[in-house]
Design a protein around this ligand. Structure first.
Ligand code: G4P
Length: 528
């Protein structure tokens, strides 16, 4: 049996974030290419996943298996066992991104060199900062006319508010993109394009090598010499500790499409980022090297295989080794559970896993017992990882089925999709599920709900917009919610667990409620 310590130490688990079209999919594909997990690029389908609109999402739905396999990928590279987590690019799914980042130890941020920091980059970056995870920047598409690299760095610092350190520096851009200068090793890597599906040929030239001037041409050579001076003079020290605590972002330049700079980035990144780190739990911290297996659920996906109506719970292993058929304790359920059909994703294939280690992501068949944030563990100690907070929904709609005969399917569909965390559902106080109030963070989630109810559960729905934008759970246990003095446009509802809460149309109404109901305590997040 493999050595636990070695296996965990060589794990690297990270998420890739970017504004749609910056090149996240292409870069992921190139990592797999260099890792030997795919023979040539262009094989990972479902490229347009979660891009601009629901139509892309639907398209990917048709190829469900593919979209999901591309959401967690594992491959070997240079002795490392790499786990990549894909994140949806659209801002309406930032809650999904947040959960995915909970399972990652670091993030790679892809930026389009001609566009710089875009709207969605900002949103996703903020989500990374909520967890203080290290962020590595890859400035992509240098084979196109790019913006000035100094300007790009300044933009990252000013707009995102993180210090940057260029690990390498581009030599030219567009048709004249020759390669990168590696600052720590004082050498130039120049690349020769070999077609999309093949690794680029790389030539290494020492900075003092007289051949360099000829290789780069007068102008680029002179610019590089000036840039070197400027960069060294500009100060900024490289400090690995600050990188690892999310305070400093190492920056790399390259072109994922032409494979320029992908390999140096991957190599540096794998060295700089950490192996799995201890995780906080209610009892303190769990050491990844602890012999006892523990994991938490960060994503649930129903109907991945429509024919089987299956539901998969994705877990991030936090400590120890997982073995197939192992019996574990499901902490929130308070009972033992078998993790059946444990699977791992390898490029396009789903494989049954025999064993997995801290840092790895496994998907297990979920008979409907798991919720997002749940802990499973083995061994004598019962640990419980800190839960994953839900974002407060900002958009609400009243949803009901068109055909009253489809009530059962409607209830099942909305409940299951809510358990996945794709939407939040509420109902009238003490009311049934004839109609539900659906709350989401981004309105695209409504369209996905409508589409999924129709396609997976055969239910057509009618949706009606509601004017609420603020949600507050009622903290007071002993309170008569119906008797509260509220403005007429405030609504009393309850969540899936029967917890009472209020929906408000404005912040002013929240203050009003607090002023007129002495002792009333409200909070933005639910108790469960
Ligand atoms: P995303 O996952 O971040 O949304 O981006 P994706 O990789 O799908 O890339 C978006 C577009 O940018 C694709 O072109 C892709 O080929 C292109 N691209 C990615 N990296 C580079 C690069 O380094 N240089 C250049 N020049 N282009 C790059 P597309 O036209 O949308 O798709 P396709 O026609 O290539 O399939």
């Amino acid at each position: 049996m493999a050595n636990l310590k070695n296996e965990i130490e060589r794990r690297r688990t990270f998420a890739i974030i970017s504004h749609p079209d910056a090149g996240k999919t292409t870069l992921t594909e190139k990592f797999l290419l260099y890792g030997g997990a795919i023979a040539s690029a262009g094989m990972v389908k479902g490229k347009k996943s979660m891009k601009h609109a629901v139509s892309d999402w639907m398209e990917i739905e048709k190829q469900r298996g593919i979209s999901v396999t591309s959401s967690v990928l594992q491959f070997e590279y240079d002795g490392y066992c790499v786990n990549i987590l894909d994140t949806p690019g659209h801002q309406d799914f930032s809650e999904d991104t947040y959960r995915t980042l909970m399972a990652a130890d670091s993030a790679v941020m892809v930026i389009d060199a001609s566009k710089g920091v875009e709207k969605q980059t900002i949103k996703l970056f903020k989500v990374c900062m909520m967890r203080d995870i290290p962020v590595f920047t890859f400035i992509n598409k240098m084979d196109r006319e790019a913006r000035d690299p100094y300007e790009l760095m300044a933009e990252i610092e000013n707009v995102l508010g993180i210090e940057t350190y260029p690990v390498n520096w581009p030599i030219g851009s567009g048709k004249r993109f020759k390669g990168v200068y590696e600052r720590d090793r004082n050498r130039v890597l120049s690349f020769v394009y070999n077609g999309i599906g093949h690794a680029a040929d790389e030539q290494v030239t020492d900075i003092d090598d007289p051949a360099l001037e000829e290789l780069l041409g007068d102008e680029l050579y002179q610019t590089l010499m000036d840039d070197r001076e400027l960069l060294d003079g500009a100060g900024g020290e490289f400090d690995l500790e600050r990188v690892r605590s999310g305070k400093l972002s190492p920056v790399f330049f390259g072109s994922a499409l032409t494979n320029f700079g992908v390999q140096p980035f991957l190599e540096n990144f794998l060295k700089m980022t950490t192996p799995p780190l201890p995780r906080r739990c209610t009892q303190g911290e769990v050491d990844p090297f602890d012999e006892d297996f523990s994991a938490f659920v960060f994503k649930i996906q129903a109907n991945m295989n429509k024919a089987h109506r299956d539901r998969i719970a994705f877990m991030r292993i936090c400590s120890g080794r997982f073995e197939k058929s192992q019996e574990v304790f499901h902490v929130q359920g308070g009972r033992k559970a078998k993790l059946s059909q444990p699977q791992q994703m390898m490029a396009q294939d789903r494989e049954i896993v025999e064993e997995a280690y801290a840092g790895d992501i496994i998907g297990v068949f979920d008979p409907g017992v798991f919720s997002i944030g749940d802990t499973v563990c083995a061994g004598a100690k019962k640990v419980q990882f800190e839960g994953i907070p839900t974002f407060a929904p900002e958009h609400f709609r009243l949803v009901r089925q068109k055909d009253t005969m489809k009530r059962k399917q409607f209830i099942k569909g909305t409940s299951q999709i809510a358990q996945e965390g794709a939407i939040q559902i509420f109902q009238e106080l003490g009311g049934g599920m004839e109609e539900v109030i659906v709350g989401v963070v981004g309105t695209l989630q409504f369209e996905v709900l409508e589409y999924r109810l129709k396609n997976e559960y055969g239910v057509d729905v009618i949706m009606e917009s509601l004017p609420y934008s603020y949600i507050r759970w009622i903290v007071n246990e002993e309170i008569d919610v119906k008797a509260l003095d509220l403005t007429s446009d405030t609504r009393r509802v309850q969540d899936l667990h029967g917890n009472p809460l209020l929906l408000f149309t404005s912040e002013w109404n929240i203050s009003w409620a607090l002023e007129h109901n002495k002792g009333l305590e409200l909070q933005e997040f639910s108790r469960t």
